[in-house]
Design a protein around this ligand. Structure first.
Ligand code: OOG
Ligand code: MG
Length: 260
């Protein structure tokens, strides 16, 4: 249920969009306003409507789909956010314009059809054109990147900032998508080794959940869009001169260098 007027929601959207564009963090919205998850998704939509003008939408991210992330953020329900072309980076990330960025290892899907309404698990499998290893760079437009409410995170486009995609693999049908080994390294040293089952028990379930959440909000996935299924591990804070490598057995690698 929406609990705030359209004018208030638009004002809150503008506040977060300014914080995103100027890298000037703000207080959590919930400090001053009581707002529902539906309000929060509307604040997210209003910002991304403006931000996507002239560039469109690359896809969607699911978040808080793993126990590690839920514990790290102390929030316990999955959420989604928009991914825009301007958020995609290749090889090197500059920290300029970011507030307190973190990085996390993910699995990405390329979707082969327009999706309206919730999909079953089987339908979700059929909607996957290709699979790739991916890295998500999170940032929060709030002064504190911890202990915020679910509504605050949703309103902030679920902490989206940047993302990196490895090579799409179209011949993925022989892979067990819930049993992929994921090794996440920093400066060549292993930080986390996980199975893809850490993501919703199976990353395909994240896609199913995304179709449920989007249909509740009257939104759709379009053919050719990508979906980040959510992190398999806790996120690591970014600093200049880091080099990250995510190796997903059977899928390949996704790497990122960080510069100031
Ligand atoms: C919320 C976004 C979580 C994931 O993959 O779990 C997320 C946050 O941690 O700020 O993207
Ligand atoms: Mg993520």
């Amino acid at each position: 249920m929406k609990t705030n007027s359209p004018t208030i929601l638009q004002n809150l959207a503008q506040k977060l969009l300014r914080a995103r564009r100027e890298a000037e963090p703000v207080d959590q919205l919930s400090a001053e306003h009581h707002f529902s998850s539906e309000d929060a998704y509307e604040i997210q939509r209003l910002q991304m409507l403006e931000e996507s003008a002239g560039q469109g939408i690359s896809g969607w991210k699911m978040g808080l789909t793993s126990l590690a992330k839920r514990q790290q953020m102390n929030l316990h329900e999955p959420l989604y956010g928009y991914l825009l072309p301007s958020m995609q980076v290749h090889d090197v990330l500059s920290l300029r314009g970011l507030i307190h960025p973190k990085i996390e290892p993910e699995i990405a899907f390329l979707v082969n059809r327009d999706i309206q309404g919730p999909l079953s698990y089987q339908q979700a499998l059929q909607a996957i054109d290709a699979v790739a290893p991916a890295l998500e760079i999170l940032d929060s437009r709030y002064k504190v990147f911890r202990y915020f409410s679910l509504q605050d995170v949703i309103a902030d486009n679920s902490s989206s900032s940047r993302f990196v995609l490895g090579q799409w693999r179209r011949h993925w049908h022989s892979l067990d998508l819930k049993n992929l080994g994921m090794e996440f390294s920093l400066q060549g040293r292993l930080q986390y080794a996980e199975k893809s089952s850490a993501i919703s028990g199976d990353p395909v379930i994240s896609l199913v959940q995304l179709t449920q959440l989007l249909s509740e909000h009257g939104l759709q996935i379009q053919a050719g869009q990508c979906v980040l299924a959510g992190a398999a591990t806790a996120a690591i804070e970014l600093q200049p001169d880091q080099h990250f490598n995510l190796e997903v057995r059977g899928l390949g690698a996704c790497t990122l260098g960080v510069c100031s």
